[in-house]
Ligand binder design. Sequence first.
Ligand code: ADP
Ligand code: MG
Ligand code: ZN
Length: 478
Amino acid sequence: MYQPVIGLEVHVQLDTKSKCFCGCSIKFGQSPNSQTCPVCLGFPGSLPVLNEAALKLSLKAALALDCEVSKFIKFDRKNYFYPDLPKNFQISQYDLPLSHNGALFIDSESGRKKIRIRRVHLEEDAGKLVHPEKGKMSMVDFNRSGTPLLEIVSEPDIDSAEEAYDYLLRLKAILEYLEVSDCNMEEGSLRCDANVSLKSAGGALGDKVELKNMNSFKGVKQALEYEIKRQAELLDKKKKITQETRLWDAVKNVTVSMRSKEEAHDYRYFPEPDLVPFILDEDYIKKIRESLPELPQARAERFAREYNIPRYDAAVLTADKYLADYFEQCVQLYDKTKIVSNWIMTELLAHLNKRNIDIRYLELKPKSFVSILEMMDEGSISGKLAKEILPEALESKKEPRDIVKEKGLVQVTDTKEIETIVERVIKENPKAAGDYYQGKTSAFTFLVGQIMRVSRGKANPKVANKILKEQLERRGNA
Ligand code: ADP
Ligand code: MG
Ligand code: ZN
């Protein structure tokens, strides 16, 4: 048996208006090279200037991740050649990251577990190569060049692919709560490299493999699962693990070798001479600390307390800022908090997961969502019907009340109408009625079932129960 050892390196694009060291916009999806200037194109003689917004967002994230923040901020050049890097170096931070020594808490099999954060630093992104005709030509788009990136490096405290997945979800939640990044993996705003090695019980750390190219959290999990298995099989055969970088192939579901350690770069870091180091004063950091919003864990605790829902519900609801916002908007309109939580956690989440919809883009607004719960309370629809109306409202984008009206689904609560049905059912089922007088409760259930059948499910069950009981009693006494 081997113990997996995993450390994650996450890059997130900061949600600033302009780039890290120039005034160009970082808006996604603009025409190639339309958002460039001499600085981000690396023209000789151009000079970078640090964007304070990028620094502020970085500090916010660092503080929320419990890091120690450095007061002395400096940048370094990471030198390498690549066609998407016109300067031949990337401005990053080397020996003095803006913060270090933080923590993130995840749920593990044995409960809450601390994953140490080694460092959080600020750097600039490179441009992007596009390959319209593979093997024939490549083109370069420098719009992304100079975009502020936050790099968040964990210690190798993660024990399984599951835990890595949980770590990423929680990290994303915190970053979303802070509004430092939109964390959109499809657009590349959040990228993750995973380092993994195996260790035998009591043994030292093994040589690690770095996995790249995963474009979803599920991809990270699958790549890790594959890699853990691959390494275990090699060790079983007494073979050595090569320290290397491997790429995840999401089509074939395998990792393939990209480069070995021998080919690893020597980046020849040195301090960036075009940017002066500067010193943050206490007050500056204090102000940022005070500006931090309520974070997922605090929000979960408040949900459990304020809305009187189980801790489990509170944890699920607050794991996504926008889901938590949705819940809070619902309970402001409808105060049965546990019912709202149940419906969101089961019916709504099932739908969102199935269709892969982000709650942010859900068209069914809280007001319409709670109207379904209100109709149940009013007795105009049954719980069963409500569960059918919700997916329909989500699909058709119609108002739940309109769906109920259009389909004539409104539950029959009219006592007269139900009385007629009950009379008919008792008459048609004399044996069941007789059994009821013998004290058989199943006979009562059977009769209710018949009433529902005759009314085609539209009879309000509460009213039907009451009338059936009354009529049976009356007959029994006669
Ligand atoms: P490198 O110098 O190759 O970039 P680092 O020591 O900077 O390696 O670590 C990079 C990442 O790899 C960190 O997230 C760290 O936690 C993780 N890591 C380091 N050693 C191991 C190991 N033996 N197994 C798994 N992950 C590791
Ligand atoms: Mg590294
Ligand atoms: Zn620019």
